[in-house]
Design a protein around this ligand. Structure first.
Ligand code: SAH
Ligand code: SF4
Ligand code: F3S
Length: 476
């Protein structure tokens, strides 16, 4: 094994060249948030981000364990990093963070000795200390325990980054134990951050120019963080409090579990302007028999009834979901139930996966569906879902809706923004409007995006209705 030397913290402040940090992120949005926060805790140590691993002194792979492919990608990437590290005479520190780190711990170093550090999702605040220890001695390299409160307390360093949208983790972990899923093992029990901490971070983001925040949690609608009165708050109440922050005009949240979708939250969607009409509400399967085997604790009727109630309050709600095909024991008839549920709901977007057996989960030991059967089902489901997504996008043509412009587009002065329904919207001659919420008339909808034009004559009445200076016109 090559010995790695890491400069002690503070070297950079004393005048040395900044150290370069490269983080590669796999998996869900919670990992994206965590990667940003890792960069934040490492900044005071003199680490500045770089775009390639070759340039980096410190490389972190923030990993995902959800499916076999996700986990295997990490090992092939580590193989490449080992060669790079050897090419630099060992002058590169390699860390594995995230859910593979939590699930496999020391095994990772056994399989790939070029790895210097393994750090689980609740231990990122220990990174500076772990780095220093790595420099001093080998052996104390594992930080993989569950104490989310410590993580967030210690992550109270200023948030870096730029852009008009941001992720904000408010809840971690899962108590649901679906029989296919590793998340309860890699992220631990459900835990919510106190309201005051979330609001403080959101204010910081708003002050930096963030207009839209996406609240994250493995089961975000189970949020029950401590409120100002010392009692648990709900996600709905948190959303109302966030909407009070000047500049923060849009609130989203993901991922929601059907069983935690409260009447209060459904009502908030009907009442609270800032709460966007888009909901990621995974169902996984449309068959009651499979839902039972999955331990989802909800049936198809309950899900369909929930969708009706949500649309009762907010008829234009764009729904999104996750689906697994080829779960152990899934028959053609079960799969047909999934197709039927998709036809009944009508999704604006969705993710669908072939079941992947995960070590240590109950479903991994059940009788498996042959790969070619699952592949065929996945193809049929994706064709249906893609058709629904395209139809949903096409149906926006002719409507005027507020778009939050996020970045420059590829052509000329084009800008790219998001509709309330999370669709990408491309608009010409709009790059001077980045950071603003502006009415756009949609001209076309395609499979993956919309194109539109700025509304030239801005009316004043809808401005007042929105209660926000720049989120003008056309509450959908
Ligand atoms: N908490 C969220 C999902 C987190 S994982 C929820 O309950 O909905 C994201 C998605 O990955 C899941 O919704 C599921 O569709 C998929 N997934 C999880 N484990 C899987 C497995 N073993 N094989 C295939 N897909 C899986
Ligand atoms: Fe996994 Fe189920 Fe928890 Fe979602 S609810 S994270 S699918 S165990
Ligand atoms: Fe993957 Fe962990 Fe997220 S397993 S999906 S990175 S919670």
């Amino acid at each position: 094994m090559t010995e790695t030397v890491v400069s002690p913290p503070g070297t950079d402040e004393a005048g040395a060249a900044p150290k370069r940090l490269f983080i590669k992120t796999y998996g869900c949005q919670m990992n994206v948030y965590d990667s940003e926060r890792m960069a934040d805790v490492l900044r005071p140590l003199g680490y500045a981000p770089t775009d390639t691993a070759e340039d980096a002194d410190f490389v972190i792979l923030n990993t995902c364990h959800i499916r076999e492919k996700a986990a295997e990608k990490v090992y092939s990437e580590l193989g490449k990093l080992r060669v790079m590290k050897e090419g630099k005479g060992g002058a590169m520190t390699i860390a594995v963070a995230g859910c593979v780190a939590q699930a496999e711990g020391e095994e990772i170093i056994k399989r790939q000795p070029a790895v210097d550090l393994v750090v689980g999702p609740q231990a990122y605040h220990q990174l500076p200390e772990l780095l220093t220890r790595t420099a001093r001695a080998r052996g104390e390299r594992i930080g993989a325990d569950f104490a989310p409160n410590e993580k967030f307390d210690a992550l109270q360093v200023p948030r870096g980054g730029e852009g008009v949208t941001a992720f904000l983790t408010v809840q971690e972990g899962c108590d649901k134990f679906c029989t296919f899923c590793v998340v309860p093992y890699t992220r631990g029990a459900e835990w919510s951050r106190p309201v005051a901490d979330v609001l403080a971070e959101a204010r910081e983001l708003a002050a930096r120019g963030v207009r839209e925040v996406t609240l994250l949690g493995q089961n975000v609608n189970a949020y029950d963080g401590e409120g100002p009165d010392g009692k648990p708050s709900s996600l709905a109440r948190l959303a109302y409090a966030l909407a009070e922050i000047p500049g923060l005009d849009r609130i989203r949240y993901t991922t929601s579990h059907p069983n935690d979708m409260s009447d209060e939250l459904i009502a908030a969607h009907a009442e609270l302007e800032a709460l966007m009409p888009y909901l990621h509400l995974p169902v996984q399967s449309g068959s009651d028999r499979i839902l039972r085997l999955m331990n989802r604790k909800h049936g198809r009727a309950k899900y369909l009834e929930l969708v009706d109630r949500i649309r009762g309050g907010r008829p234009d709600m764009a729904l999104s979901g996750d689906f697994i095909v080829g779960f152990p024991g899934e028959t053609d008839a079960d799969f047909e139930q999934t197709m039927d549920l998709v036809r009944k709901v009508g999704y604006a977007s969705a993710f669908s996966f072939m079941y992947s057996p995960r070590p240590g989960t109950p479903a991994a030991t059940m009788a498996q569906v042959p790969g070619d059967v699952s592949r065929e089902r996945l193809h049929a489901l994706q064709t249906l879902l893609t058709g629904q997504q395209t139809a949903f996008n096409e149906a926006q043509a002719g409507r005027t809706m507020p778009v939050l412009f996020e970045r420059k587009g590829r052509h000329g002065a084009q800008a790219v923004g998001r509709s309330p329904y999370l669709q990408s919207v491309h608009v010409d001659d709009a790059d001077h409007l980045i950071g603003q919420i502006v009415p756009v008339t949609i001209e076309h909808g395609q499979q993956n995006s919309l194109t539109g034009a700025l509304v030239t004559e801005q009316k004043s009445t809808p401005l007042e209705q929105r209660g926000s200076a720049s989120q003008a016109v056309g509450a959908p």
